[in-house]
Design a protein around this ligand. Structure first.
Ligand code: AP5
Ligand code: MG
Length: 209
């Protein structure tokens, strides 16, 4: 299964990719997580990416295409993968189509903007392993501590109200048109985000059948 998750910020790409990765035994490739790791490690890429991410803007296409092309060549991608956060522009989608990677399905998760703002405002993310929690919807067993690795839970720098608004604007103008691009290829599957994470997982699995 070579799958793309194409959905708005906060729609639950990361949350559902974690479930699908366990379910299908294929890696989750989150471009956002790769960039945040580089920011934390202070790499050259991290320094470049930070200014874009903090403003809610997209990192330039050539940078992202290079990162993903290299990542997909790794051994663990042989039997499939879940792309979480790539492609996000027409240029990225076209670059993927020009490579020798053949995508099976593109899954979108529909969630309205008001719900997204509520979700991102309450999100917590593990500084160590990147697992996502929520103050109301996915509460960690111990406050401030990751259930998965014991790491510290923090609020992402781009989850400030004004940055969330920019990210949503970027999604609607630059990324959402890709739904039509993949619909025309007969690859688009649609799931509707539910109030509970496990109900959304059921929707997602049904949409992928
Ligand atoms: P990225 O990290 O991909 O961020 P994003 O697309 O904005 O998406 P999020 O990670 O914020 O949301 P999500 O859909 O994963 O939702 P989550 O599962 O956490 O990218 C960050 C930045 O990197 C970009 O802005 C850009 O600058 C740059 N970048 C990355 N890729 C790029 C590319 N290809 N090109 C250019 N630039 C790129 O869920 C959200 C919250 O809701 C959580 O707290 C969760 O617990 C909760 N939740 C989830 N589902 C439910 C539910 N059903 N009910 C209740 N709560 C739920
Ligand atoms: Mg995510």
């Amino acid at each position: 299964m070579k799958l793309i998750l194409l959905a708005a910020p906060g729609a639950g790409k990361g949350t559902q990719a974690e479930k699908l990765s366990a379910n299908f035994g294929i890696p989750q490739i989150s471009t956002g997580a790769i960039l945040r790791k580089n920011i934390a490690d202070g790499t050259e890429l991290g320094v470049t990416a930070k200014s874009y991410i903090d403003g809610g803007k997209l990192v330039p296409d050539d940078v992202m295409i290079g990162i993903v092309t290299e990542r997909l060549k790794e051994d663990d991608c042989k039997n499939g993968f879940i792309l979480d956060g790539f492609p996000r522009t027409l240029a990225q989608a076209e670059a993927l189509d020009k490579s020798d990677v053949v995508i099976d399905k593109v899954l979108t998760i529909e969630v309205d903007d008001a719900k997204i703002i509520e979700r991102l405002s309450g999100r917590l993310e593990c500084k160590g392993c990147g697992t996502t929690f929520h103050k109301l919807y996915r509460v960690p067993a111990k406050e401030g501590v990751c259930d998965n690795c014991g790491g510290e839970l923090i609020t992402r720098a781009d989850d400030k109200p004004e940055t969330i608004k920019n990210r949503l604007d970027v999604y609607h103008t630059q990324t959402e048109p890709l739904k039509d691009y993949y619909k025309a290829q007969g690859k688009l599957a649609v799931a509707y985000g539910q109030e509970k994470i496990e109900d959304t997982t059921a929707e997602v699995l049904a949409a992928l059948k």
